[in-house]
Design a protein around this ligand. Structure first.
Ligand SMILES: O=C(O)CCC(=O)C1=CC=C[C@@H](O)[C@@H]1C(=O)O
Ligand SMILES: [Mg+2]
Length: 337
């Protein structure tokens, strides 16, 4: 056994012996994903989810394995709250599809995050989508997420227009930390106090605290899996000194339960969390999915159903691919921790 911070990494055979791989269709394409593949593992503390996107290599994906092992072998810290506020998530759909996407969220909606800057789309597509959300939910908080899709002039121009819809913040308008700081400064010069949030600059960075140290953003988006699990994400939240928003990595209810546990460990949640993405999946591994009602998500553990694990089971070839992926990431984790 090898020690990785406080996590004791279990033997590889123990991890692989419980492996189930699922492939769940998306109701609507999200970040290019139409089927969400995910590896689920069971340990003494419960189930963990290992679902880095398919293109991620071990340097990045091994942190996701550490997060899954933490959930399955260590469990979650004591919660400070039993439900957490959530945002609905609207992918880069046409404005005419917004109502249908929002109808998948049960009860009232307090906050909505809208994807913008999608490749092949224009600023008027973004404005039409955000305008539709504002029209349908006049009192909701709205935030936008560009996933690094703009350069500096495009970001300043787009956010100037989109600010007309009264936004809570703009997530990752450009790719770099310097760029985030520049967008923020240029907007301020124009008298626009829109908050800038960093997502990729935290979860894909070698040093997730650099963006806070550089004072390049007002808000951090924090995801448990890419940051190596709940405890490691909590340390980043504490050290950053910035308001943080806990968000999903498009997992099944099992991964979302880890995100919810992270959110439940925080003393303050100044914005709705981005953990409402089970509503974008056309299926789940439990009948009792972790979805919000009236914008609040319950904090609880999730036990998958054997029937659903079988129904959404990936092909033998994909299971083999995921076994090998776990082996590679395990080796990376053991060597580097
Ligand atoms: O934050 C949300 O409302 C939902 C989660 C979400 O947007 C994401 C989940 C998974 C992958 C990411 O590209 C994406 C994000 O950029 O935040
Ligand atoms: Mg984001």
């Amino acid at each position: 056994m090898t020690s990785a911070n406080e996590l004791v990494v279990p033997p590889l055979d123990d991890i692989l012996s419980t492996l189930r791989v699922v492939s769940i269709p998306m109701k609507v394409k999200f970040r290019g994903v139409t089927y969400r593949e995910s590896a689920l593992i069971k340990g003494p503390a419960g189930w963990g989810e290992f679902a880095p996107f398919l293109e991620y290599q071990p340097a990045e994906a091994s942190a996701w394995l550490k997060g899954a092992l933490e959930a399955a072998w260590q469990g979650f810290p004591e919660p400070k709250r039993h439900e957490i506020p959530l945002n609905a998530t609207v992918p880069a759909v046409g404005a005419h599809e917004v109502e249908r996407v929002l109808s998948r969220y049960e009860g009232s909606i307090r906050e909505v995050k809208v994807k913008v800057a999608e490749k092949g789309q224009t600023l008027s597509d973004d404005c039409a989508r955000v305008a539709k959300v504002r029209e349908l939910l006049p009192d909701a908080g709205i935030k936008v997420d560009a996933n690094m899709g703009w350069d500096l002039p495009q970001a300043v121009e787009s956010l100037t227009h989109l600010s007309e819809y009264d936004l809570l913040y703009a997530e990752q308008p450009v790719a770099t930390i310097e760029g985030l700081a520049q967008v923020r400064a240029e907007l301020r010069e124009k008298g626009n106090s829109l908050l800038i949030a960093a997502d990729e600059s935290v979860r894909k960075a070698e040093d997730p605290l650099k963006v806070a140290q550089a004072k390049a953003a007002d808000v951090l988006i924090i995801k448990a899996a890419p940051l190596g699990g709940i405890r490691s994400a909590l340390r980043i939240v504490e050290k950053s000194g910035l308001p943080c928003v806990i968000s999903s990595a498009l997992e099944t209810s099992i991964g979302i339960s880890a995100g919810a546990a992270l959110a439940a460990s925080l003393p303050e949640l100044p914005f709705g969390c981005g953990l409402g993405t089970v509503s974008l999946l056309d299926g789940d591994v439990t009948e009792n999915s972790l979805v919000a009602r009236d914008g609040m998500l319950p904090v609880r553990t999730v036990e998958p159903s054997q029937e659903l694990l079988t129904r959404f089971s990936a092909s033998d070839a994909r299971v083999r691919w995921w076994r090998e992926r776990i082996e590679h990431n395990y080796a990376h984790l053991v060597i580097n921790n």
